[in-house]
Design a protein around this ligand. Structure first.
Ligand code: PMP
Length: 441
């Protein structure tokens, strides 16, 4: 009897048959392969949300870690508690106090970055088809989690002052009228990724009132809150609503993303479930990283360090805003971030950011097209520019290259009407999985 040869494609098909339905939502972004090309040194990447850790005192970190292993190695290299190291949870409460939060370390669950906290909260609350409200646009990594858990994301409009309360009211009413349950509102109130805007003080009160009245839980994701350029940190939503808000924090932007230490502060009952979810996902968050972060906080002037980081990022923000002002053609507009890493740019009518990206990468500049930040295909006339990583000079050069590409695109559009993607991308790796995850963060 003839047997058919097993080819790579038949093998792949047989795996596809066995995948869980939820993997349908786990797809590599179309732009991922492009970012593998964009990470080449000759490309100015205004795409990645990579914190600039060059300002960190590596000698201090090195000696803290050396001491940790020498004096507490048996503990640091061992499994630990599913909830996280108690001393670190106390220090996390000190960090949150800067934003008006009074919390008990018992209500903190340490996670593998705040990315895992988004995953655990979604795992605990969401069944397939449940509705999650999220700003329009929203953080690509959270949208990926919601998709993987088969949630239905309903976007809520923002403006320069953050989430628009009337739009929130309308979105809640529309979902409730359709008989569906909203599991939570996912919001990034400070220095939004990707929009760069911050929820104003008055709106914080209003958003909390709306959610309280409609019995909607708030998931407050706040990795950038201490990186404001002009003022003291804004008061966290959690500070005024301990029972209705799950707050997520991270040491990725204020210390090191490589440590992968973040946390969730949750109402007591939810905290129990999060710990159980954490135990089934990882047994425990990494003991070594937690103790290293704890040692850094104890031995270093971490608040002084954050001040230095803020100055560095402010200089880069200024360089980007100045370059946009000086170099971009008329018809573009952009947000003015008062902290964080990102500017959200709106292109002149008819220009498609995703279609233009291959041409931009050919011109050695990269950005993230706006569609990546929507669950529903919107955002084509927007894009995200990050100013966190390149030097001010590189930022200006990147914007100069970007402006050239955009002007050419506008001319093309004037001559031929709508433009689409072109062939002729610089050759890159076949698989996109070696693209740095920061480009999609
Ligand atoms: N939330 C937001 C809004 C982010 O921008 C990021 C990282 N870019 C994260 C969560 C995840 O960060 P981490 O897991 O490193 O704490």
């Amino acid at each position: 009897m003839d047997s058919q040869p097993v080819t790579t494609s038949t093998r792949l098909d047989s795996y596809v048959d066995r995948y869980a339905a939820r993997t349908a939502g786990m797809t590599a972004s179309e732009i991922r392969a492009l970012f593998a090309v964009a990470s080449r040194p000759e490309v100015v990447s205004l795409a990645g949300g990579m914190p600039n850790i060059s300002g960190l005192p590596l000698d201090v970190v090195g000696s803290a870690i050396g001491d940790l292993i020498q004096h507490h190695g048996a503990e640091a290299l061992q499994y630990g508690s599913g909830q996280g190291v108690p001393r670190l949870r106390e220090q996390i409460c000190d960090v949150m106090r800067l934003e008006g939060i009074e919390a008990h370390p018992d209500d903190v669950v340490v996670t593998v970055g705040s990315q895992q906290a988004v995953d655990l909260v979604t795992r605990v609350f969401c069944d397939p088809g449940d509705v999650v409200l999220a700003e329009a646009p929203s953080y690509v990594g959270a949208l990926g989690v919601f998709k993987a858990f088969q949630c239905d994301v309903v976007h809520v409009e923002m403006d320069d002052d953050g989430l628009v309360p009337d739009a929130l009211r309308q979105a809640i009413a529309a979902v409730q009228a359709s008989g569906r349950r909203i599991k939570f509102l996912y919001t990034i109130p400070n220095f939004h990724n990707p929009a760069g805007v911050t929820l104003s003080g008055e709106r914080r009160t209003e958003v909390l009132e709306i959610c309280r009245a409609a019995d909607v839980l708030v998931l407050e994701d706040n990795p950038y809150g201490l990186l404001g350029f002009d003022s003291e940190p804004m008061r966290a939503l959690r500070a005024d609503e301990p029972d209705g808000v799950i707050y997520l924090g991270s040491f990725s932007k204020t210390f090191s993303p490589g440590m992968r230490v973040g946390w969730a502060l949750a109402p007591h009952a939810v905290r129990e479930k999060l710990v159980l979810a954490q135990e089934s996902a990882t047994l425990c968050p990494p003991q070594f990283s937690q103790m290293a972060v704890s040692a850094y906080l104890t031995q270093h002037d971490w608040q002084g360090q954050i001040k230095e980081l803020r100055e560095m990022y402010r200089e880069r923000r200024d360089a980007m805003l100045q370059a946009l002002e000086d170099l971009l053609p008329a018809g573009c507009s952009w947000t003015i971030p008062h902290g964080g890493f990102f500017v959200w740019l709106t292109l002149p009518p008819g220009i498609d950011a995703k279609a233009m990206l291959p041409r931009a990468v050919t011109a050695r500049v990269a950005y993230v097209p706006g569609t990546a930040f929507y669950a529903d295909g919107f955002g084509s006339s927007h894009l995200r520019l990050s100013f966190c990583y390149p030097t001010p000079e590189r930022i200006r050069e990147g914007v100069r290259r970007f402006a050239g590409v955009l002007e050419a695109e506008m001319e093309l559009r004037e001559t031929f009407g709508a433009t689409g993607p072109v062939a002729g991308l610089p050759a890159g790796p076949r698989s996109g999985y070696d693209a740095p995850s920061s480009d999609l963060s």
